[in-house]
Write a protein that binds this ligand. Structure first.
Ligand SMILES: [Zn+2]
Length: 96
């Protein structure tokens, strides 16, 4: 198994225990947080063919409760489109 496949398998294993943030996953798998997001996007694609799916618990605005449901990229949003607050809870990831 190559390095990329190993990292994705480790991410998937970490996600089966409980929902994780990108930061928690980066510590668990020992890769950079921005690389976690990239791997998760590929993992979500490949998992579509199998019995389990990557579930994204969306980021939420702490001020007004706006949920970033429509967001296609998995990275953390920087600002609420509704109230402009920058107090955004981070998205969490899980495997169904
Ligand atoms: Zn808001």
């Amino acid at each position: 198994m190559g390095r990329t496949a190993t990292v994705r398998a480790s991410l998937q294993a970490a996600l089966t225990t409980e929902p994780q943030t990108a930061l928690e996953l980066s510590a668990a798998v020992r890769i950079r947080e921005k690389d976690v997001v990239e791997h998760l996007e590929h993992l979500a694609q490949s998992m579509r063919r199998g019995p389990h799916q990557l579930v994204v618990i969306p980021a939420r605005c702490v001020e007004c409760g706006f949920r970033f449901e429509q967001r296609r990229r998995l990275a953390r949003p920087s600002r609420c489109p509704s109230c402009r607050s920058e107090r955004i809870s981070v998205p969490r990831f899980a495997v169904s």
